[in-house]
Design a protein around this ligand. Structure first.
Ligand SMILES: [Zn+2]
Ligand SMILES: [Zn+2]
Length: 249
């Protein structure tokens, strides 16, 4: 089994700062969940499903954009991508350290999406921070804290609270859910959510890996029909060229 953990190989599992941010997200999200339950009404059901759909849509749009966004030229990321020796060798790790130091955090993310295609199981082995850290810091944690704050200063309707909770939770954990599609053993709640069709199955996600031209959403997959139509429309207009799928310089 290959082992490519990307930048996480260098940083090791969970620094104190990373763990603090994940805990802050968990506590903030739990507070929003409690508020959604306490203010639950019939109108909360469609907004919960709507929020869950939006999170799936976001997972798919980001995935599509980053799969096809070209890696920055001249940074020699192709050396890493096409490396044929052991990915635990000192030579490879030194190269990884060097190449990753040349690019921005955003371009590391872009590289990771491409690297995921030939080495899908690496994502399932990564720790939670490597999977969702950037999503939490950039989007999910600020949004969750804003909802906490909004509820402290004004009454937020229960239906809105439920919808936003579903969108933030689904968006924040999107790459964790993607990771569960590339792992044999998962917690019970993942299997339960799959049975309830709230999460997609590995077989459904395999359709993405087979062609890289469809089914980019990785949460429930509910938004894939819409994203597939968008993908095809963009391709016919000359966007999303195959060139962007692999680092070539
Ligand atoms: Zn992909
Ligand atoms: Zn995948």
């Amino acid at each position: 089994m290959d082992r490519h953990e990307g930048f996480g190989e260098l940083t090791g599992p969970g620094s104190l700062g990373q763990r603090t941010l994940l805990w802050a997200f968990a506590v903030s999200l739990a507070a929003n969940a409690v508020a959604a339950v306490l203010n639950f009404g019939w109108a909360s059901i469609p907004t919960l499903l709507g929020g869950w759909y939006l999170a799936d849509l976001a997972s798919g749009l980001v995935h599509m954009a980053l799969d096809y966004r070209p890696c920055p030229p001249g940074k020699r990321l192709a050396d890493l991508y096409f490396y044929e020796g052991s990915r635990e060798s000192p030579e490879y790790l030194a190269m990884l350290r060097d190449r990753m130091s040349r690019v921005s955090a955003f371009d590391r993310l872009v590289y990771d999406f491409k690297n995921h295609h030939p080495r899908p199981h690496a994502l399932g082995r990564r720790d939670l921070w490597r999977q969702i850290g950037s999503t939490v810091v950039i989007g999910a944690l600020p949004m969750s804290l804003m909802l906490n704050l909004a509820m402290m200063v004004a009454p937020v309707p229960g239906w809105l609270c439920a919808g936003l909770f579903a969108a933030i939770a689904g968006g924040g954990f999107a790459q964790y859910f993607h990771g569960t599609l590339h792992r044999d053993q998962n917690p019970w709640f993942i299997n339960a959510m799959r049975r309830a069709n709230l999460l997609m199955t590995p077989a459904a996600h395999q359709l993405h890996h087979d062609s890289l031209q469809r089914d980019f959403a990785t949460n429930s997959g509910w938004s894939n029909p819409v994203i597939n139509r968008l993908f095809n429309a963009l391709r016919t207009r000359g966007y999303l060229d195959d060139e962007g799928l692999v680092p070539n310089a």
